[in-house]
Design a protein around this ligand. Structure first.
Ligand SMILES: N=c1c2ncn([C@@H]3O[C@H](COP(=O)(O)OP(=O)(O)OP(=O)(O)O)[C@@H](O)[C@H]3O)c2ncn1[C@@H]1O[C@H](COP(=O)(O)O)[C@@H](O)[C@H]1O
Length: 113
């Protein structure tokens, strides 16, 4: 995994209540203290903001706007994974497992309902 993601995941993990995260001093600790619904709400907001940024960029806005919103979405996704005891490395492993498997072929090979 990229060391950037590793470092971010480690900092996020350190913000859990069980690891002494302080909601008064840390945004991530505050999210963990609020729980599932607050984290899921942020995912929804950041996903929508990413969609809107892409539309804005298509309409002529600076492409950095899309980078900024995607970073927010990735960051909050890593908080979500941590909340459920999962890591970015596990997502990268899943992507690696899929490498070279065409999405069209994979879908066609699924058992029919
Ligand atoms: N990468 C990030 C990161 N990206 C975005 N954010 C915060 O995510 C929050 C939500 O962004 P919004 O634009 O939606 O702001 P908002 O509307 O004020 O947010 P809400 O109060 O409604 O949640 C803002 O407070 C951002 O600062 C981040 N906060 C922290 N990190 C990383 O997490 C580490 C730990 O952060 P703390 O736990 O705060 O020390 C930091 O060192 C960074 O590496």
């Amino acid at each position: 995994m990229s060391t950037q993601l590793e470092r971010l995941a480690a900092v996020i993990e350190s913000r859990k209540p069980a690891n002494g995260g302080d909601p008064a001093a840390s945004y991530v600790a505050k999210l963990f203290a609020k729980g599932d619904d607050a984290i899921l709400k942020k995912i929804g907001e950041e996903a929508v903001e990413t969609v809107m940024a892409a539309k804005d960029v298509r309409a002529g806005a600076d492409p950095s706007k899309l980078l900024y919103e995607t970073a927010d979405l990735w960051f909050h996704s890593i908080v979500l994974l941590a909340q459920f005891g999962l890591t970015p490395q596990q997502v990268l492993d899943e992507l690696a497992r899929r490498e070279g498997i065409s999405g069209i072929e994979e879908k066609a090979a699924r058992p029919q309902d």
